[in-house]
Ligand binder design. Sequence first.
Ligand code: SAM
Length: 254
Amino acid sequence: MRKTRRLTREQLAPWVWELPQNTPRRPSGLPVSENTATPSQATATIAENPPQPIDWGALFGNSHPVEIEVGMGKGLFLLNAAMTRPDTNFFGIEIVRKYQLYAATRFAIRHLLNVKTACADAKLLIRDYVAASSVAAVHVYFPDPWWKKRHKKRRVFTPEFAADVARILIPGGRLLIATDVAEYFGIMTAIVRAMPEFVERPEDAERAAPRTDAGFATNFERKALARGGVVWRAVYERLPVARESRLSGQTANV
Ligand SMILES: C[S@@+](CC[C@H](N)C(=O)[O-])C[C@H]1O[C@@H](n2cnc3c(N)ncnc32)[C@H](O)[C@@H]1O
């Protein structure tokens, strides 16, 4: 990983949101990261103290719309997004502490106060700490494909995750996905297309994420394009109420 200036935890504090103590950062089956209780300790504590949703207004000190990136890696997308859209707040969730701190350092060096980071399993954080209808967009770019059969359960994009995204998005909010893995793209789009809460906005897909001058939005996109790979993208809009379910055939209002 390219070296960045090293900042202290105190210097990084405005860019780092810490999970309440004893919350597992990872689902069981994955190694538990530093400062984390065991899953059973954490479950007991959560039962005693149900998680409180993040108060976005208090966290950012304003009422601007909030967008979440799941698995921000080194934070290139958030860096460009936060610099080009100062009236939007961005919250990046990354399961690996060293990437979270790398990204936070980039934001701190530029003193970008409209972006914060968390080190957590995005599935758990979104499920437990994000209030319904409180987020304007969720970005999922190049999620880990976890190729091996026994690892596939680690994939972040599941029907449960997509249902949580539908819950936290405001009406008109966007879910944006990109990957260079055709199979995973097929799985993600099949999940979302089966959900009556979403409608696809293909016209937005190409211009959804701000690009660097070199033409890529994220670090993994840069790598995929350099290899001559294809990047698959989709943008979905959260409908105000469910329209007709394509699965059940039930009718609903739009
Ligand atoms: C392939 S990288 C893509 C990084 C970045 N989005 C990009 O396009 O350059 C996937 C990232 O997601 C993170 N990640 C994987 N599972 C996660 C989870 N459950 N919650 C949060 N982050 C996760 C990984 O640590 C990694 O940094």
